[in-house]
Design a protein around this ligand. Structure first.
Ligand SMILES: *[C@@H]1O[C@H](CO)[C@@H](O)[C@H](O)[C@H]1NC(C)=O
Ligand SMILES: *[C@@H]1O[C@H](CO)[C@@H](O)[C@H](O)[C@H]1NC(C)=O
Ligand SMILES: *[C@@H]1O[C@H](CO)[C@@H](O)[C@H](O)[C@H]1NC(C)=O
Ligand SMILES: *[C@@H]1O[C@H](CO)[C@@H](O)[C@H](O)[C@H]1NC(C)=O
Ligand SMILES: [Zn+2]
Length: 958
């Protein structure tokens, strides 16, 4: 699946504080949404159902196969023939049904008198029938029942199936076509004032069993013949190319029947079926037909053109990178109005959120475009890695997602070579996941197969660790092996296991063979090195003493008083590849293989400086002796370009985090930002702003705030004027993507720290739009920032205008930008009214309610209002959102993250006690974490406030 937690850069930039937590709400929200929608119930249509009991007829001992979550090793599917008919009615907000039948051919590999096949929320409409492929009589089905908890259809036979024989099981069923976003579901949109309904699927990880009875485990690969029945005015799509579409009449209803070519051998979670009234655009690239499907309006407005244009180049890139042809004949990509994740890599029919596939050059920002390029690249990467070769079980999900999250940058870079997008992995994945993986409560990449059984355990694996840490360690691996060796091993792995399944060690083995045949020397095998990164959580901080040449490593924990929650098989010691730069020239790769080591090449003499972890290709932080830090600070001040731009961002991020963890003093971290008045590059600036978020949270309600603002203004003013002249007085768009992003930073920070010229510039732009609302001339890249700043500086007039624009827009990205900006007001009654709106689904959709409250809480004026609001409305909010989703914990974390006084700690504890009867549901852990975080904040302020004040005073006086 594509990352669910993508958020457009510009939206992220609106809130002064957008950390990993806020970003994570985006996934969380869609989960709530799906659960919310699931609750609506409407009577199913006119289908007769055979009565099948839902529990085993006998009182069975609990170790019966149907009580286990994993399939027994008795039966193996080979082929399915599936017909499905979604009964859609083009009306709003109903629950429809689908009917279908499926024949599965399976081979018996161990004799058994029991058939277990996954089936969830399906009702059988006829008794299942079993025949032997050979024509000999098959055993009789003696009893049939649904095992709800383990999601099986169970059939007890009166005699045994024979090992080596193949059988055909025919089932007929009906299922609900509801609004939940899993299995076969319906999605609605309006076109020319009319409701249109789509029937579409999301199988990963365990919802294919909601669509038809199947052996729903990734290793149970089979081929599929799919047929869809659908209305005349609709089109049907599936994994294979459509080979025939004919008119049929069933139960007196005239329909289209579309058959698809037989699929390759594949896993059930990669199936997809879509019936819609969509339009498409197409082109052929070699043998491959590439099509983009979307709402008719979007296609005719050209919003699919960008995706179509980059898909061919990205497919070509992966064909040569993997050294393997694209395995299918067609590649469809479709944009859906309701979609849970960012995108889903169904083989040959990839499904997307609209914002992840459709690009409107008039209103979409470069951030929106970058997101489209990287998500498409991510999903196309899976067509080989994940789909052609699939991990055996979900415990290895990190390899599938981590791999796609790494190579998505390579594919996008090939399609957009001018963007320099490969560098961004450092900010978007490495720095982001460092924040999570530095906590004592983190977890290793790899899980044990036996620990991942239930669907909810599988779902939990789709987290930042799997995606971003997975990507980071694979990038490190590719880097130390070198890309030619990495891709040689990769291509050998893909060829060897095509249409089959693997465990992660299989990849290590093929890489190891490539290492051996290249003659490269490694300190250990690929597997031994990678075990340290995969089987233990966290990462090391490497400390280099440039006077003595001593190196040490230790597990980096953000809270130095915390203890990891589990014992590591390697005692938190890593095999660390260290690529350093000494005084501008890069050094030979050095391997740190123990807790301490000594190497003379790490020694420097003044004025030489040393930086380790060149381009942050390694997954670790670095600390130095004071002398080297001082030399680095000096070189930043005198000629920062000598240090590669990624390493400038690294110095800042490492310094701030080392200070938080008390490895170095806070003023040293602050020192790394002094040179920024001369910095024009995006990555160091963005890193600084990410780290200053915490300072703003801690200081924006006390006297330090004024000094902090003064200091940031002093640093950012030159950047603002640089962009003013680089864009010919704001009339042009910077050519580089990174420059476009940094222009946004310059304006956002200049305005928020009160640079007069910035504030009046933005007010002017917004006023122009208010004067003529039909024409919005504000550059799409700057919209989030402009809206936010103008609303912050304005009053009711500006707010009401933006609110009206929010209600009017039919472009999802534009609505998102406005909704976030509306939280920027500094007028308490306006913010209170906006909070009230979140209780009214007619005004703020339910799926957006919690994130809107969090946006308001991010604003220093809104923070106490939001806190009061959730306390006053707790019972209601809990009943609406409390049922087991993490958006709820994000709400609690979001509203309390500024807490840093004893008084607030008391309030929080009081809140916990007062609502003990209502409860906190999925927010229980979040309440505990908030209390702990508040304590840590109090401690941090005690230790640092005076020092920071002193430092800022000096820095602003100079
Ligand atoms: C399946 O059967 C159950 C129990 O009779 C019923 O509540 C449910 O609505 C049925 N679902 C469909 C889609 O027919
Ligand atoms: C199929 O049915 C549609 C709608 O009734 C009709 O327009 C079309 O001509 C039919 N096609 C064939 C091949 O009969
Ligand atoms: C499955 O579809 C293929 C065409 O893609 C066809 O040749 C084959 O006969 C079909 N198999 C069955 C059992 O219908
Ligand atoms: C899949 O891999 C396994 C183990 O390597 C092997 O035994 C099996 O024959 C392979 N199956 C196919 C269809 O290639
Ligand atoms: Zn993915």
């Amino acid at each position: 699946m594509g990352k669910g937690f993508y958020i457009s850069k510009t939206v992220a930039a609106v809130a002064i504080v957008v950390g990993a937590a806020a970003v994570a709400t985006i996934i969380a929200l869609s989960v709530v949404y799906s659960q919310e929608k699931d609750k609506n119930t409407v009577k199913p249509a006119d289908v007769v159902t055979t009565a099948v009991p839902t529990f085993a007829p006998t009182t069975a001992p609990s170790n019966d196969p149907w009580h286990r979550y994993r399939l027994p090793d008795t039966l193996v599917p080979e082929f399915y023939d599936v017909i499905l008919w979604p009964h859609i009615r083009q009306e709003s907000n109903r629950i429809d049904t689908f009917t279908g039948n499926s024949s599965v051919v399976f081979r018996c590999v161990r004799e058994t008198d029991l058939i277990l096949i996954h089936s969830n929320k399906l009702n059988l409409t006829a008794e299942p029938t079993l025949t032997a492929l050979s024509g000999t009589p098959a055993p009789i089905i003696h009893s049939t029942w649904m095992q709800d908890t383990t999601q099986y259809l169970v059939m007890q036979l009166n005699s045994k199936l024979t090992a080596g024989e193949s059988y055909v099981l025919l089932t007929e069923f009906v299922g609900e076509l509801g609004n939940g976003l899993g299995g076969f579901y319906r999605s609605e949109y309006k076109e020319n004032g009319k409701i249109k309904v789509i029937a579409t699927t999301q199988m990963q990880p365990t919802d294919a069993r909601k669509v038809f009875p199947c052996f729903d485990e990734p290793a149970m690969k089979a081929t599929f013949n799919i047929t869809l029945l659908h209305d005349h005015n609709t089109i049907a799509l599936s994994n294979g190319k459509e080979i025939e579409s004919v008119n049929v009449t069933i139960n007196g209803i005239s329909l289209k029947k579309t058959r698809f070519e037989q699929t390759k051998r594949m896993s059930t979670y990669l199936l997809a079926f879509v019936v819609s009234e969509f339009d498409h655009i197409a082109q052929t690239d070699g043998n491959v037909l590439i099509r983009i499907y979307a709402r008719r309006e979007a296609i005719s407005a050209g919003h699919g053109n960008y995706s179509l244009q980059i898909t061919g180049p990205i497919l070509n890139f992966f064909e040569s990178y993997y050294n393997t042809r694209y395995p299918l004949y067609k590649s469809d990509q479709i944009a859906l109005p309701d979609f849970n994740a960012g995108a889903m890599e169904n083989w040959g029919l990839i499904t997307y959120r609209e914002t992840a596939l459709l690009f409107d050059p008039e209103v979409s920002s470069s951030g929106n475009k970058e997101r489209i390029a990287t998500i498409i690249s991510h999903e196309l990467a899976h067509m080989w890695f994940g789909n052609l070769v699939t991990l055996k079980w979900w415990n290895d999900l990190w390899l599938n997602e981590g791999f796609a999250s790494y190579v998505e940058y390579l594919g996008a870079d090939h399609a957009e070579p001018l963007w320099n997008i490969k560098d961004l992995i450092v900010l978007n994945d490495i720095h982001r996941v460092f924040a999570v993986d530095a906590l004592a409560s983190s977890h290793p990449l790899s899980s044990k197969e036996e620990d991942i059984m239930k669907p909810e355990q599988i779902s939990e694996l789709f987290d930042t660790i799997s995606y971003s840490k997975g990507a980071s360690v694979l990038r490190m691996l590719s880097d130390f092996l070198t890309e030619p060796i990495f891709v040689q091993g990769l291509s050998s792995y893909l060829n060897h296991f095509q249409f089959n399944n693997t465990v992660y060690r299989d990849l290590w083995d093929h890489l190891q063979d490539a290492v051996i045949s290249s003659g490269t020397k490694l300190p250990m095998t690929v597997g031994d090195i990678m075990d340290r990164w995969v089987l233990q959580m966290g990462f090391p901080v490497v400390t280099i003493n440039t006077t003595t040449g001593d190196l040490t490593q230790e597990h980096f924990l953000l809270d130095p008083q915390s203890k990891p929650n589990q014992i590591s098989p390697f005692g938190y010691e890593w095999i660390v590849p260290i690529q350093s730069i000494k005084h501008g020239s890069s050094q030979e790769l050095y391997w740190l293989q123990s807790k301490t080591a000594q190497d003379n090449r790490m020694k420097t003499t003044a004025p030489e400086w040393l930086i380790a972890n060149f381009n942050v290709s390694g997954y670790y932080r670095v600390n130095y002796d004071q002398k080297n830090w001082e030399r680095l600070l000096a070189i930043l001040m005198s000629s920062h370009e000598v240090i590669p731009v990624i390493n400038r961002a690294q110095l800042i991020d490492d310094a701030f985090n080392l200070a938080r963890a008390q490895h170095i003093c806070t003023t040293l971290a602050l020192q790394t930002t002094k040179y920024l008045s001369a910095e024009r590059e995006y990555m160091p600036w963005q890193t600084t702003l990410n780290n200053l978020d915490y300072y703003y949270l801690m200081f924006d309600r006390n006297e330090v705030y004024d000094l902090l603002q003064k200091y940031v203004r002093k640093q950012v003013e030159p950047l603002f004027y640089y962009f003013k002249s680089a864009t010919a007085n704001w009339t042009e768009i910077p050519s580089g993507l990174m420059d476009q992003y940094n222009e946004v930073n310059a304006i956002r920070m200049a305005c928020s720290t009160g640079v007069e010229e910035c504030v009046s510039l933005i007010k002017g732009w917004f006023q122009q739009w208010m004067d003529n609302e039909a024409i919005n001339l504000i550059n799409p890249n700057l919209r989030s920032t402009v809206y936010c700043s103008a609303i912050a500086a304005g009053g009711a007039k500006e707010w009401d205008f933006a609110w009206r624009m929010f209600l009017n827009t039919n472009v999802a990205t534009e609505a998102e930008k406005l909704r976030a900006a509306l939280a920027c007001s500094t007028v308490p009654w306006i913010l209170n009214r906006y909070l009230e709106y979140t209780l009214n689904p007619e005004l703020i959709r339910k799926q957006d309610a919690t994130s809107t409250i969090i946006y308001i809480a991010n604003n220093v004026v809104g923070q106490p209002l939001a806190w009061e609001f959730i306390r006053a409305n707790w019972a209601y909010i809990f009943s609406e959102y409390g049922g087991g989703s993490f958006s709820f914990s994000n709400l609690i974390n979001g509203v309390t993250k500024r807490f840093s006084s004893l008084f607030e700690l008391k309030q929080l504890e009081q809140f916990r006690d007062d609502n003990a009867d209502v409860g906190f549901g999925s927010g229980t852990l979040a309440i505990q974490q908030s209390i702990e975080r508040t304590r840590a904040n109090i401690r941090w302020l005690e230790q640092n406030k005076a020092e920071v004040t002193e430092w800022l005073k000096k820095a602003t006086e100079q």
